[in-house]
Write a protein that binds this ligand. Sequence first.
Ligand SMILES: Nc1ncnc2c1ncn2[C@@H]1O[C@H](COP(=O)(O)OP(=O)(O)OP(=O)(O)O)[C@@H](O)[C@H]1O
Ligand SMILES: [Mg+2]
Length: 250
Amino acid sequence: MGKVIVSTGRGGTGKSTFVALASKYLNSPKLLIDLDPDESLADMVGLDLSEKGGKTISSALYDVIEENKEAGRTGYNLLLDMMQSVLYKGKEFDFIALGTKFTVGCYCAPDAVLKDFIPTLVKDYRQVLVDSPAGLEHFNRKVVVDIDDLFIILDPSEKSTRHIERVRDIIREVKVSYNHLYLIGNHRFTEKTEEYLRNTGETYLGKIDYDPDVRQHNLEGRSLLDLPQDSPAALCVRNILMKAGYKLQN
Ligand SMILES: Nc1ncnc2c1ncn2[C@@H]1O[C@H](COP(=O)(O)OP(=O)(O)OP(=O)(O)O)[C@@H](O)[C@H]1O
Ligand SMILES: [Mg+2]
C-alpha cells in the first residue's frame, strides 16, 4: 500500500513546485495526481499530456458520456475503462490529472470517479503525490480521504496562521484522516518570520529557499526535474523529505 502525500496551501505559495521537486527524490513506483483544474503540475514535471495522447478525467468523462449517450450504456464498467485511458504511464512516474471542465457545473463527477479509484490505485505505488488547488475547498470535496502526510505550504502572512487553523478544523469536520501534518515555509520567509512557524504547535520542517532557476523554468514551461543538482529549492525539498522520514532515491 503506497503512502499518500498531499500538498495544500493558499494560492501561489508553491504547492505544485513542492510536489514536482518531491517527485524527483521519492522512490518509484510513484503516481502524481493533479487535483487542480488549472493543470500546472504536468508542465512542472516536463509532461505534455496531450502530446502523449493522454486525457484528463474531466475530458475522458465528457467523451464517455457523449459516446454512450445514444447506446444508452452507463455504469461502473464504463468508468473502469475510462480510468485506463486517463492513467499516463511514464518511465519516472505515472500521472493522472483531474483536468479542466469546459461545461457548466461543479466538479462532482470527476471528483467522484477519482475518489472511487484512489484506494485501488494506491496499491500499485510506493508513493502517491497529490497536488491540490489553492485554498480549502478540496478538503470539502473529499477526493482524498486517507492521507499519510499532509504538507501545508505557507507564505509569511497573518492569513497563513488562520489557514493552518482552518485546515485543522475542516479536516476534523469533514472527516479526512491524516497521520502527519507538516508545515513548510515558502521562499518568502526570512529567518525572523520563520520563528512564527516554529511556534504553531505543529511540526515545522523548514523553508524552501528562493531559487531563480525555479522561477525561470516555470516561466518558460521547463521541467523542474531538470534543475541543476545544486538547486537551492530542490535541496531544501530533499532536506524536508528526509526530516519527514523518507528514504530517498537521489
Ligand atoms: N523556491 C522558489 N523560488 C523562486 N520562485 C518560486 C519558488 N517556489 C515557487 N516559486 C514561484 O512561485 C510561483 C507559484 O508557485 P507554484 O505554482 O508552485 O504555487 P502553487 O501554490 O502551486 O500555486 P497555485 O495556487 O496557483 O496552484 C511560481 O511562479 C513559481 O515559479
Ligand atoms: Mg499549483
